[in-house]
Design a protein around this ligand. Sequence first.
Ligand code: GDP
Length: 298
Amino acid sequence: SDRLFGGFRKTSEKLTSNLTEVVGTAKLDDATLDDVEDALILSDLGPAAAARVRAKLSEKRFGLEITEQELKDAVAEEIAAILRPVAKPLEITAFPRPQVLLVIGVNGSGKTTTIAKLAHLFQEDDYAVMLAAGDTFRAAAIGQLATWADRVGVPLVRGPEGGDPASIVFDAVKKATEAGTDALIVDTAGRLQNKRELMDELAKIRKVLGRLNPEAPHDVVLVLDATNGQNALSQIDVFKEVAGVTGLVMTKLDGTARGGVLVQAAEQYGLPIHAIGVGEKIDDLRPFDPDLVARVIA
Ligand code: GDP
C-alpha cells in the first residue's frame, strides 16, 4: 500500500503530526476530543466530517485510555465509514452500447490525463474504448488528447479547433455504435469563467446524445484537483448546477497535504467517488478503495 498510495504521504504526515500532538493525555476526555476534532479540521477534513469522527469516537470510547496507535486506528475506521458509502468504481453496464461518459472539469484539473488513464483501465478489462475531442475551445486540448489516444492505442473522433462539440459527439456516438465500442469517453470544455456558454454547450451535447440514446450520457464525471483544497469543493457546487455531475475523480493526491478534501467531499456531497489520481503516468489512476485510503490517511 505504501507504493500504491505514496500518493497520500503528505496528507498522512500532516494528520499524524496533528494527532500526535493530541495524545499525551491518556484518557479520551472532552479536551482530547476537542483536539482530535481540531487536528482533523487542520488536515482538510472539514467541520462536518471532523464532528462526525469526534462523535463516533466519543460514543465508543469516552473516558477510556487510548494510545496513539489506537487513536489513529479509531480515526481511520471512522474515516472509512464516511468513505465506504461513496466508493463506486465506474462500471461499463450500458445496453445498448456504447456507454457514454462525459468528463468535465476546469482546465488544469487533470481532465485529459484522467481520460487517458480511464481509457487504459477499461482497455485492461478488455473493453473497446473510443475518445471524443469535445473540448474544441482550447487550442492545445485536441492535440493533447490525440497524443494520449495514440499512446493508449484507442481511436479518437475529433473535429476542427473551434468546431461544434455537439456535432463531434454526434459523429462519435455513430462511429462508436458502428464499431461496437463499449465505452465512449467525451472530453468537454472546462470553461467555468463563462458559466452560461458552458451550460449551453453541455445542454446541446445532452440534446444530441439524448436523440441517439435516451440513457446517454450514462456518466458525467467531474475531475477535481486535490491541490486546490476548498476551491475543488466549491467547483462541485457549480458543476452540479451546470452539468448534473454523477460522480467524481480526484487527481494529484500525490504530493499534496490536502488529501483530506477527499473525505470532506464524501461527507458533504455524497456523490460517488470513482477513482483517484496519484501521479502523471498512465497507470496512476486507482479505483477508489475506501478502507485503504482511510488507513493510509490516518
Ligand atoms: P486538463 O487541463 O484538465 O486537461 O489537465 P491535464 O490532464 O493536462 O493535466 C494537467 C497537469 O496535471 C499535467 O501536467 C498532468 O500530468 C498533471 N496531472 C494530472 N493528473 C495528475 C495526478 O494524479 N498527479 C499528478 N502529480 N499530476 C497529475
